[in-house]
Ligand binder design. Structure first.
Ligand SMILES: [Mn+2]
Length: 290
């Protein structure tokens, strides 16, 4: 068991089939902390409205978090857009878990970090909420359609190759711009708030990066990537990608050179099949494609 000053988690998406609750339980069992920050989209009320999936492991995740709060761990919940219902209760506490809209956390090294889920900096969810809801389902549909399409072309004996997912990939270049725009908007906000860094989630793209004396940290998610941010006793921030008990946590040094961070988050295989120990799903794979 590793003890850290703080654990930052976002985008767990409890209530969905995609939530990797078992892995999160393993991770929590290996890491104790003084502070636990839940940086939004912990419970996915949007998905639960469509169809609810609540496993025993997901139940245990909630119980473990409540237990920590009961036993003196400071637990703070900053709601995201999928659990925005909790935003109505900002300032209130539930079972010792305090709900905050935004929060400044002072790390052990004195650096001040703004904690925010980050959906307000996502131009898509901000102005076109329906696109975001659709987008969730649309990607899965494209992958399925592509499979059917290539079978049909094969059956009809059509030569040559036209790939729907290839077509979508050219559109994904837009997604790369989207991540860039998002990070820029978050950083701008952090600069206005005169903090040393920002810790957010929302786009399922974990990273610790410093530029122009400002640290940008994204917690990633527990749907595809199983990532968390740890604050060590000296205030060092570390991105951890949980690969399961057998593989142990693969770690990237905090505020490292981009090359090191890139190694910590290897590219998924081109066919989209997750590696044996990885959990890289189709969505972030597409988003990371250049
Ligand atoms: Mn979100």
């Amino acid at each position: 068991m590793t003890h850290v000053r703080s654990i930052f988690l976002s985008d767990v998406h409890l209530g969905t089939r995609a939530c990797q609750a078992e892995r999160l339980l393993e991770f929590l069992a290996e890491h104790s902390c003084d502070n636990l920050f839940l940086v939004g989209d912990i419970v996915d009320f949007w998905a639960m409205r469509r169809s609810m999936y609540w496993s025993a492991a997901q139940n245990t995740v909630v119980q473990k978090i409540l237990k920590r709060a009961r036993h003196g761990v400071r637990v703070i919940f900053v709601p995201g857009n999928h659990d925005e219902i909790a935003r109505e209760h900002v300032g209130a506490s539930f079972g010792n878990i305090r709900v905050e809209r935004e929060l400044v956390h002072t790390a052990a090294d004195g650096r001040r970090y703004l904690l925010v889920h980050g959906d307000e900096f996502d131009q898509v969810t901000k102005y076109h909420r329906w696109i975001a809801v659709l987008g969730d389902r649309a990607y899965g549909l494209v992958v399925r359609l592509n499979r059917i399409l290539s079978k049909a072309r094969c059956a009809l004996g059509i030569a040559g190759h036209w790939s729907l997912s290839g077509y979508v990939k050219t559109k994904v270049k837009g997604a790369v711009n989207f991540i860039f725009d998002y990070e820029e908007a978050v950083m701008r906000h952090a600069r206005e708030r005169r903090v040393d860094g920002v810790i957010c989630g929302h786009i399922h793209a974990a990273v610790v990066r410093e530029s122009d004396h400002l640290v940008y940290i994204n917690c990633g998610d527990w749907v595809d990537n199983c990532t968390a941010i740890l604050e060590h006793a000296d205030g060092r921030m570390e991105l951890v990608r949980w690969l399961g008990r057998v593989a142990a946590a693969e770690r990237a040094p905090a505020v490292a050179a981009p090359a090191v961070l890139a190694r910590a988050l290897p590219d998924p295989p081109a066919d989209g099949v997750p590696p044996a120990t990885g959990r890289i799903g189709a969505r972030p794979a597409a988003r990371r494609a250049a």
